[in-house]
Every structure is written in C-alpha cells, then in structure tokens.
Design a protein around this ligand. Structure first.
Ligand code: ZN
Ligand code: ZN
Length: 339
C-alpha cells in the first residue's frame, strides 16, 4: 500500500521532444552489462525495448543507465488474495502481513484478533453480528490503496484490497539503472520513501519499506499476498519482501551460492537470502552487500518480514517512475523527508 507520492505530471509537450536520444558513448563494459541485463529480464513483461539512456544519479553523477519499462505485474505468478471476507476464512482466502518480524497469515482469525495482536481495543475490522470483514475492494479499494494519506472520509478499521483487475493494464514502471555503479555519498545511498529498491527479473518492483506506522495508525491493513506483494494504482504490483517460490531466479555462477533474483537501483545485482547450505553470508555490510564469492559486489535480501529488501545502497541510485517518457535526474528529488 505504498503510495507513489512523487507523481510526475505528464508534460503537455509531444513525447518526441521528451525522449532523450539514445546515448552512444558507452564503453565495452557498459555494452556488455546492457546485453547481460537484457538477457536477464527477458521473462519480464516489457513495454517497448530496453535501451541505454543518459541519467543523473542520486549523488549528482552524470551516467549511462539501463532503461527498461515493465508492466507492473508479475510475469510468472498469480497475485492475491489479500483481504479475507469473513472472520471464518482460511489462510488460503487471505494474504499476509508483517507483525513483529514475522510474516503472518491474514486469515479470518487474524482479523478477529487484531485488538489483541496490537494491544489496542480500537481495532474492530469486522461486523460482530455477521463476521463480515470491513473491506474496501474493487475500484474504491485501489483508490484508498493509492492514497492512504487521504483524509476525506476514509473510515477507520478497513481492510484495503486492490486487485490487479481494477488498475487496468496500462500501469507500467520505467527504471533507469546505472550500467556502472558509482559510489554513494551519505545521502545518495539512503532508501527514500519514493525510490524503489530494485527490479525483479519477472518485472516487479522491489519497493521501499511499506509505511506500517501510517497504515496501522489509521487502523487499516493493506495485506500482501503470499509473495509479500500488493497493488496500488501508481506502482502497480510491487514487493515489500522476497519470498521463496515467487519470481524468476537465475543460478549463480558459483556453486552453492544463493540464486540471483534481480538488480538494485544502484546497479548491483540482488541475490536471494540463503545459499544452498541454508545460511546467509556472514560478512554482509550494513546495506546487506558483500564483495565475495567471485561474483563482484552484490546484495543478499533480508528476511521478508523485515519490510526492507536491502539495508541501503552502496552506490548512487538511478530512477523509477510511472512516466515512461520521463528523463532521469535522481539528484533533483532529494528534498526533506515527506510526512
Ligand atoms: Zn506497498
Ligand atoms: Zn553473496
């Protein structure tokens, strides 16, 4: 239920004038990286063709980026369900939620026990007479999912349910990811509320942490599905965690190492959390990266319930945007934190 607060208004200028010419001055290494990324994202639902574009990274560095536009829906697994309908619904009829560092099933009993789970009697998300859960679904569910800041009559105690069928098929995300990572400055390595964390090989965004305090403060829930993803009309379907069995994986070039699952917004590769031995690497830095195993510097994701796919960015980030015609200046967006 992360909104996309950075709504870039579409320009009234013809699209042709906004499209940067294909950047030409790449090195052999950059060309090779571009070709590698094109191959890795071949299973995503891509709009147009990936290209090399000029970009300004979060620390102000002018660079060349891998530019790709994907349909904001997974190419390789179903989405939902999210909200159960009654307090007797099973785990199969609902989604998941993060509570105290664990991924919990949002079944009927979970909704019935919210006051106890959160120690707050103001939780009452179902009709005590009928057991029916107070849910906002269909179009209105997506409107609320896209704007939890909306204070215009949004009632307390609702389960927000935005299904893929209600956001249309035109929601896309466009990513500018540096072909050559550039070291972050302090601020340019932070994960902001309006920056994605990366892109999974199935075309789905690894999004910034879900604003749990904001959601829970209004006694609302925006449940994830069993892949710890959910939908809003700005970002489409997006992940807040990485769950086994969800999304394409590519075997690492090193035996026993965790599989590769996507690329981060600073251009480093993202791998699953655990290697073949069932353990996570013991030398990860604060961003959850390490330079090991003959794979170059790369990240390993957090446990899903941490609500933070990686810890921070080692490199300067590019851009993700809902506007396929936007140009990328990631340094321009670094204002004060949003409320
Ligand atoms: Zn979200
Ligand atoms: Zn590793």
């Amino acid at each position: 239920m992360i909104p996309s607060p950075r709504m870039i208004a579409r320009s009234v200028l013809p699209a042709l004038m906004l499209t940067a010419p294909a950047a030409q001055a790449q090195t052999e290494a950059e060309t090779a990286r571009f070709d590698q990324l094109v191959a890795r994202f071949q299973t995503a639902t891509i709009v147009g063709v990936p290209s090399i574009a000029d970009c300004i990274l979060s620390g102000g560095t002018k660079s060349l980026c891998f530019k790709i536009t994907t349909v904001a829906a997974p190419s390789d697994h179903i989405t939902g369900p999210f909200c159960p309908r009654t307090i007797s619904d099973t785990a199969e009829q609902g989604g998941t939620w993060f509570v105290d560092g664990k991924v919990r099933d949002v079944d009927g009993a979970f909704i019935a026990n919210l006051a106890e789970i959160y120690g707050d009697d103001a939780w009452q998300m179902y009709d005590p007479e009928t057991g029916e859960i107070y849910r906002r679904g269909e179009e209105i569910g997506c409107i609320v999912a896209g704007d939890p800041h909306n204070e215009t009559g949004q009632p307390d105690n609702i389960c927000v349910d935005c299904e893929l069928g209600y956001i249309g098929t035109t929601v896309t995300q466009t990513y500018f990811i540096p072909l050559t990572p550039v070291a972050a400055t302090d601020i340019s390595g932070r994960i902001g509320p309006d920056s994605g964390i990366g892109l999974a090989f199935n075309g789905v965004k690894f999004d910034a942490p879900a604003p749990m305090d904001l959601i829970l403060g209004g006694h609302t829930l925006g449940p994830f599905d069993d892949c710890t993803g959910h939908i809003n009309p700005h970002t489409g379907y997006h992940y807040h965690g990485v769950t086994d069995g969800c999304g394409a994986r590519i075997s690492a070039d090193v035996d026993g190492h965790a599989d590769m699952i996507g690329v981060a917004m600073d251009g480093f590769d993202i791998y699953a959390r655990l290697g073949a031995d069932g353990a996570e690497p013991d030398d990860l830095d604060a961003c959850r990266g390490h330079d090991a195993d003959g794979l170059g510097y790369h990240y390993h994701v957090n446990a899903a319930a941490e609500n933070q796919v990686i810890g921070c960015f080692t490199g300067q980030t590019g851009c993700s945007t809902g506007d396929p015609d936007a140009i990328c200046d990631a340094s321009a967006r670094r204002g004060p934190p949003r409320p």
